[in-house]
Design a protein around this ligand. Structure first.
Ligand SMILES: [Fe+2]
Ligand SMILES: [Fe+2]
Length: 196
């Protein structure tokens, strides 16, 4: 399926009903809100708004899978499932979601699949769509943890600047909880710091 098909009103309606019946109400609300925020960021940064909306809508399609389902789906993308992934299997929901989109819904668009795979931790080499989703997932208005000060700090930033702000917000949160950081997140941090 190409992007004109999977971003059509008919397919969006199909995904909406699928997500409503497979996600908790609050997760569905987060997904719909992330879709709107993706669309807004796409408009701001001159990206395909329909593609961004679709990606935001489906990004957590596998978020409520069991550990077994997460490992089963994520392992189909050809990348290893590592010990660090098994320690925090919820982090696999991006990779698992990409494989569900590909195998259950016939979506082969690499930029969409990569955006889903990367959204949980961030990674180096992210394309525009992955960056839009990474930011939107964190700042969509239903998120309780976002302060007006944080949002004000994003104003005027370019997309990489927003990704960096979101990444640092996540890393600071993990540090305050004493939690470990995925190596991909540190690679993204290094990449963004060297790009400045
Ligand atoms: Fe997610
Ligand atoms: Fe999310």
């Amino acid at each position: 399926m190409n992007s004109a098909d999977f971003t059509s009103d008919a397919f969006i309606a199909k995904m909406n009903s699928y997500l409503k019946s497979h996600l908790s109400p609050s997760r569905y609300e987060h997904s719909a809100s992330a879709a709107e925020t993706c669309r807004r960021l796409a408009e701001e940064f001159g990206f395909d708004e329909k593609l961004a909306f679709f990606t935001g809508l489906v990004h957590d399609i596998a978020r409520e899978y069991s550990k077994e389902e997460l490992v089963k789906w994520a392992s189909q993308d050809g990348m290893p499932v590592r010990d660090i992934d098994l320690d925090s299997p919820v982090l696999l929901h991006g990779r698992a979601g990409a494989m569900v989109l590909k195998k259950e819904f016939g979506i082969a668009d690499k930029e969409v699949l990569d955006a889903l795979s990367a959204h949980t931790t961030g990674t180096s080499g992210m394309k525009t769509l992955a960056k839009i989703l990474f930011v939107a997932d964190y700042i969509e208005p239903k998120r309780k943890h976002i302060t007006p000060e944080f949002l004000a700090g994003l104003e005027g930033l370019d997309l990489d600047g927003m990704v960096y702000a979101v990444l640092m917000g996540t890393l600071n949160h993990l540090a305050s909880k004493g939690k470990s950081v995925a190596p991909e997140a540190l690679e993204l941090k290094k990449e963004l710091e060297h790009a400045e």
